[in-house]
Design a protein around this ligand. Sequence first.
Ligand SMILES: Cc1cc2nc3c(=O)[nH]c(=O)nc-3n(C[C@H](O)[C@H](O)[C@H](O)COP(=O)(O)OP(=O)(O)OC[C@H]3O[C@@H](n4cnc5c(N)ncnc54)[C@H](O)[C@@H]3O)c2cc1C
Length: 456
Amino acid sequence: MTSSVPAIVVGAGISGLACAYALRKAGVDALVVESSARAGGMICSQRRDGYLLELGPQSFSGAAALRALCGGLGIADQVLHAPAGAPRYVLINGALQAVPLTPPAMLTSSLLSASTKWKIAWDAFGSSQPPEGDESIAEFVRRKFGAELLERLAGPFVSGVYAGDPERLSLQSAFPQVREAEESAGSVIRGMIRAARARKGPREKPTLLSFREGNETLVRALAAKIGAGLRLSSEVAGIQLRREQSKARFEVRIRSAGKEDVVITERLVMAAPAEVAGALLRDVSAAFEPVLCGIEYAPVALVSLGYILGDVDHSLEGFGFLVPRSSGLRVLGTVWNSSLFPDRTPDGYALLTSFVGGATDPQAIALPATALASLVHGEIAPLLRIGGAPEFINVQIYPRALPQYNIGHRERLVALDELQAQTPGLFFVGNYLQGPAIGACVEQATEVAERLRASA
Ligand SMILES: Cc1cc2nc3c(=O)[nH]c(=O)nc-3n(C[C@H](O)[C@H](O)[C@H](O)COP(=O)(O)OP(=O)(O)OC[C@H]3O[C@@H](n4cnc5c(N)ncnc54)[C@H](O)[C@@H]3O)c2cc1C
């Protein structure tokens, strides 16, 4: 069976859904094709035994595009804000210590030596320029602020965002605003302050957000708005490009319930993970595959443990903690879910979600779920003075959790742009392009929808 539609979006994670929703609002009836039985991709919330589990992202930050989207979907009243002033901790010398979040707080923190503080002050008042070419995050932090800041703060922060390896992550790709700050102002601190002042819109204290019924509220609302335009349990199995004079038509082969049909479109948005997009575009041009499939993804195991509150001697006031690699622990960090948002557990319990694996310990995800749960319990129990065993356990494994914006990532994206320019009607959205955060995915998906609409 063959039919045709104005646009097809391959993949119904947040990137694909946000793009399709923006297209439909602009009058382009996009068909979203999703291989799994549910929409949302990595964003998945489940209620089980009185716990509200986040099986992917634990929370998100309030980017402008995301706020606008929640407003448009009518779910802004369901947004929950984590306590803005709550501390974040880092494990130093066997104890959890509050992370200083601003340069003045760093200058007075007992976490950093006088020599590191001097380097921070030197950045604020002195002048420097980044070297020609790309720099890894580790090289950058060592050059500007020294090895101590890398080990105690920057390294743990990088595993919190990318589950990545700071020796391999590219500063200009993973944190472009930091490189731009040094380039434009001769100082990271002055450049970041200048950029914050220039930002339009109301200034709110940054904090983490979720929804009363979990992060999946966002993707459920998008899926409901897209309605019959969303085909679940339907895998895109192949894509052919037919060029006719100035026009290009994509023939998209869709497999569902053991049958295949072909849908034809002139506008195709790839919203699947990079390696899927690369493989599917093989017949359009063999050049896509090495560019897209070469993007490394870090594996992550997410271990959620529920404890009787009375068994936990720590106050659990705060967001949770991050763990420097030099500590020798395998846990990368732990989010204190029940301290961030209400109604995450049955009364009298605490829910703590820990991350294990990442680019620096990829083999960890091969451990059986029971071994991962006891590893995490064994490492966090002494830190939080937990006296009893977990009453609830859930382990979620992502062999390909987060794309790594490693050295060379920018060149890859330039190559992708060039290939895309040779294929009119083809667009890309996804977490390997402009940042892995949900807000960045929404922002990019909205921009791409606008570009597609303008090209139609
Ligand atoms: C463990 C973890 C923790 C995270 N924590 C945070 C956080 O705290 N805050 C934050 O902002 N972000 C966080 N992120 C990142 C964020 O969740 C993701 O970057 C984002 O959800 C990715 O969305 P996406 O739509 O680009 O990709 P995906 O969610 O991967 O969606 C891609 C979709 O394509 C579908 N697909 C694949 N192949 C095909 C095919 N052949 N045909 C049709 N469909 C196909 C897939 O089934 C999937 O639904 C986290 C991610 C992980 C894994």
